[in-house]
Design a protein around this ligand. Structure first.
Ligand SMILES: C[S@@+](CC[C@H](N)C(=O)[O-])C[C@H]1O[C@@H](n2cnc3c(N)ncnc32)[C@H](O)[C@@H]1O
Length: 307
């Protein structure tokens, strides 16, 4: 790792974050993660692969429009194939997002009797929020996804409890998609975990606007997603590039790779101030599959300051 680029924001310890491109990576629980202010630097080999991606040009606007139109259907098929087996439960979340604990000394309005309201955007089958509820956090969860099948799987989970979990189908790119399901400006915590990368960058502003519409002054937004120069971005083959840092996988789902600056600006435009953020560098190793690859994610925290 390039020490000159190192600007540690916070020292973190985490499990591996399961990824879309590598089936079942082994993890090193003792690995220390750091947040860096700069993304991973490209090797010469990476640069060659990125140049190759461009050789066949970008996908046509016709295909791009088709992918956009079929986005929900493609994720639905994904959950039909994989059901709850693909993503692993995310057990790193409390360690890295201590805001989830909502310590009462930081907020006098929080009492043991008062649940905080958490909105999980693009919740999939609940790998983020079910572990939080299991660990006893006093939360009421609003969980939305545009795959109806994912929402059905959430409702079939053994810990599903309709008092505590409001799971609903919503397309985050559609105006006012959240307000019919959520009391006005009631959400204390929002999570955007590997969801915005699945959405066209031209629609990210709509998602941020929807999220802002249900937040109150002081709400916290927690973000983790793919970062620029991640190994999975380099591995895309020619013919899978939609636009700058935006790709389509073989199953029709899409992946965008973020820079810190653009995430900070995206949410700032809708009233969220970034309190912490950086690139999370990891190495994924899987001896059986001969994989040893650099992964890089983007992690950031925001506070909503209602204009
Ligand atoms: C990579 S998965 C992440 C799931 C979950 N956040 C997790 O961490 O396990 C991305 C999810 O975003 C959902 N998604 C993609 N675009 C969406 C949109 N426009 N509106 C709502 N959900 C969307 C997909 O259906 C999928 O469940």
């Amino acid at each position: 790792m390039d020490q000159e680029n190192l600007s540690t924001v916070q020292s973190l310890s985490t499990n591996f974050d399961n990824c879309m491109t590598i089936g079942n990576p082994s993890s090193n629980d003792n690995a220390k993660n750091l947040l860096y202010s700069k993304p991973r630097q490209l090797t010469d080999d990476d640069c060659t692969k990125l140049e190759l991606q461009d050789k066949r040009g970008l996908l046509s606007s016709f295909i791009n429009a088709k992918l956009e139109k079929e986005a929900a259907a493609n994720w639905d098929k994904f959950y039909k194939r994989n059901e709850t087996r693909f993503f692993k439960d995310r057990h790193w979340t409390i360690r890295e997002f201590s805001e989830l604990l909502g310590l009462p000394e930081n907020d006098s309005s929080i009492t043991p009797a008062k649940k905080r309201l958490l909105l999980e955007t693009g919740c999939g089958v609940g790998n983020f929020f079910y572990p939080l509820l299991e660990s006893g956090l006093n939360l009421k969860v609003y969980a939305c996804d545009f795959s109806a099948r994912a929402i059905d799987l959430i409702k079939q989970h053994e810990q599903y409890d309709s008092e505590n979990i409001v799971a609903f189908v919503a397309d985050l790119t559609q105006e006012s998609c959240l307000s019919p399901h959520i009391p006005e400006r009631s959400i204390d915590l929002v999570t955007c975990v590997f969801v915005l990368s699945a959405i066209s960058p031209s629609h990210h502003g709509f998602v941020a606007a929807n999220v802002a519409s249900v937040c109150h002054h002081g709400s916290v937004l927690l973000f983790r997603d793919y970062a620029v120069n991640d190994m999975a971005m380099i591995r895309f083959k020619p013919g899978s590039k939609i636009s700058h840092r935006f790709y389509v996988r073989q199953d029709g789902t899409r992946a965008y790779y973020f820079t810190l600056e653009e995430v900070v600006k995206l949410f700032a435009d809708y009233g969220f101030r970034c309190t912490e953020g950086g690139y999370l560098h990891r190495r994924t190793t899987n001896i059986k599959e001969g994989i040893d690859a650099p992964r890089v994610f983007l992690q950031a925290k925001f506070v909503y300051e209602r204009p």
